[in-house]
Design a protein around this ligand. Structure first.
Ligand SMILES: [Fe+2]
Ligand SMILES: [Fe+2]
Length: 358
């Protein structure tokens, strides 16, 4: 226990030092073990939304967010063992966008693993993305932890293959956040079967970390903060003692606990999404968010973008966020409550309430 506490203290010290003077949209994940020589870290960058304008011109803000994250990742001490990119590298899935994003990411030192986002997928159903980055779902082991990457942004075949006259229109329809013509995300039967077989190869006490693009839980269907077969995926993960799901897509800080699974989002390098009051009004709101959350200011365009450290001491996830204005937020696993909680804003009196949008 002491060793773990020491690891955590050292980790927080390191995180604090790195946070000074830096406002970058990346994550560093630390997995701390009883034998501290086994500890390791990885970095996490997500939702760059590289957007092509014309010729060699791209939306500058989104380029800049990713370039800064890459530069800072290369300067991290300790050096992360690998880097995760959490999906939505492109805005409309085009070759120029994916190529430009890949070129920016190519400056990263070390291995990079990729998660598929809907903005990468719905133009050619991942064909070009696969050429650049490899399979759409896979797993790997690193120092005793089993990491799983899922493509969670698939949807019903009718919608994908029959509904739209062109691939471009299909992409545009899925790219809209609140477009009623969109369709709910899902992992799908083929991947769930693969996941079942993959999980059969590891013991029940192996720490499992799942990376997805959409939340593997049902938060708000209207904005596709949602995975249609979330319960079925959760059921496959249920027998394991330590399970964490880390996801992008929502461009904001979220955390939740469902049974044995801790859920944490990471922030985007592009822009924040606001926090709809409608979370509480959503139809079929199952399972609902079990932990009340603090809300950021949707009128501050950089609120809820930034960078984050993730500490997995004891197999649970603690996220240390540094927001764009250099203020910090910590969402840490509460061992007594058995759920993630905001270290400062959990108290109702200081929490920012959800905003109403018209
Ligand atoms: Fe995104
Ligand atoms: Fe997304």
């Amino acid at each position: 226990m002491n060793t773990i506490n020491n690891s955590r203290r050292n980790f927080i010290k390191t995180a604090g030092a790195l946070a000074v003077g830096s406002t970058l949209p990346l994550s560093l994940v630390e997995l701390a073990f009883a034998d501290s020589s086994q500890n390791f870290t990885f970095a996490y960058i997500s939702d760059a939304h590289i957007q092509h304008i014309k010729d060699n011109r791209f939306v500058r803000n989104w380029d800049k967010g990713l370039i800064r994250a890459v530069a800072e990742t290369n300067l991290l001490v300790p050096k992360p063992d690998f880097v995760m990119f959490g999906g939505d590298l492109a805005q409309l899935g085009s070759k120029p966008e994916l190529d430009h994003g890949a070129e920016i990411l190519s400056a990263l030192h070390g291995d990079v693993h990729h998660v598929m986002g809907e903005h990468d997928y719905y133009l050619d159903l991942g064909e070009y993305w696969e050429k650049l980055f490899g399979p759409q779902y896979y797993s790997f082991d690193h120092k005793g932890v089993h990491f799983i990457v899922l493509n969670s942004i698939k949807t019903y075949d009718d919608w994908t293959f029959k509904r739209w006259p062109t691939a471009e229109q299909r992409m545009l329809e899925m790219a809209g956040l609140d477009n009623p013509n969109g369709s709910p995300f899902m992992v799908g039967e083929e991947q769930r079967l693969w996941l079942k077989n993959d999980l059969a190869k590891i013991t029940k006490d192996t720490p499992v970390v799942v990376f997805s693009h959409s939340p593997l839980q049902k938060i708000y269907k209207g904005w596709n903060f949602w995975t249609e077969d979330a319960e079925q995926v959760q059921a496959l993960l249920k027998p394991f003692k330590k399970v964490s799901v880390i996801y992008g897509h929502v461009h904001q800080i979220q955390y939740n606990q469902i049974g044995n699974i801790s859920f944490n989002s990471v922030m985007a390098t592009a822009w924040p999404w606001p926090y709809p009051q409608s979370y509480a009004q959503a139809e079929q709101h199952l399972p609902k968010l079990t932990v009340p959350m603090n809300r950021a200011d949707p009128f501050f365009e950089r609120d809820a973008t930034g960078w984050q450290f993730i500490n997995m001491a004891n197999g649970n996830v603690d996220l240390n966020f540094t927001l764009y204005d250099n203020s910090s937020r910590v969402v840490r696993y509460n061992g007594k409550q058995k759920r993630p909680e905001d270290a400062v804003y959990q108290d109702e009196k200081v929490r920012i309430v959800p905003q109403t949008h018209y």
